[in-house]
Write a protein of this length. Structure first.
Length: 215
């Protein structure tokens, strides 16, 4: 049995065409079913639905053999014990620093001021500001980071941006592009040794179906 960990929403939706390329069809719609384990047309392949932030953990501990996870989630997790063979070029967005229009971020940085930054992505934020030599106090949040500067709790946020609409709606502007984000295929190292052929088949099919490989 090969178990693939996916999260509902954009990652599930954008992984479906890759699975199709591997001849795998998920037999139930996660938006309609309450099941957490979904069968596929291949009796030896199943999908487990987990929270996006839990995908690397399931694969690390063998709850799943392979998984699809955002680079953001992977960097926060640390990637320990995970083989990362492929950038799937799906669920693309970028990580950015954003601040209220009224906050002169560039000036604060120039002056070496200490700034307060709210984020769900504390590892990425800490590393980014450390490399820039900026002193930050990080506030860990789990949702709606845009609210933190609006309430005066933080000077800026570190968050994922795709269209920029959410930032705009909350009078925030992007002041730093930290990194491009896309989703990665992650594989449990022990599973790869024990089930090499079926896992390789999936990696190869995904590679073929990924834009970078086609170019
Ligand atoms: P939850 O909604 O359960 O708190 P989540 O926000 O991490 O979890 P999703 O919204 O499904 O889950 O996002 C999954 C992944 O999709 C992210 O980790 C990121 O890599 C990618 N992604 C692409 N665009 C965006 C975006 N605009 N906002 C958030 N995530 C995005
Ligand atoms: Mg979300």
């Amino acid at each position: 049995m090969i178990t693939l960990a996916l999260s509902k929403g954009r990652i599930f939706d954008e992984t479906l065409p890759l699975l199709a390329a591997a001849g795998i069809e998920v037999l139930e719609d996660p938006e309609k079913s309450r099941k957490l384990i979904l069968p596929t047309n291949q009796p030896h392949v199943r999908v487990v639905l987990v929270r996006a932030t839990d995908v690397p953990t399931y694969v690390e501990y063998g709850g799943a053999d392979i998984g699809v996870t955002g680079k953001d989630v992977l960097l926060e997790h640390g990637g320990a014990g995970l083989y990362q063979p492929l950038d799937l070029q799906i669920a693309k967005c970028h990580m950015a620093v954003a601040a209220p229009t009224g906050f002169d971020y560039a000036r604060a940085i120039r002056q070496g001021s200490r700034i307060t930054v709210a984020t769900k992505y504390t590892h990425i934020a800490r590393q980014f500001f450390a490399e820039k030599g900026v002193h930050v106090d990080l506030i860990k949040l789990y949702g709606s980071m845009e609210l933190a500067p609006l309430t005066g709790m933080a000077d800026a946020i570190v968050d994922l941006v795709s269209t920029g609409k959410t930032l705009k709606a909350n009078d925030l502007v992007e002041v730093e592009h930290i990194m491009d984000i896309s989703s990665q295929l992650v594989v449990n190292q022990a599973a790869l040794k024990l089930k090499t052929a079926p896992i390789r088949r999936i990696i190869d099919a995904f590679t073929q179906a990924t834009p970078a490989a086609a170019a």
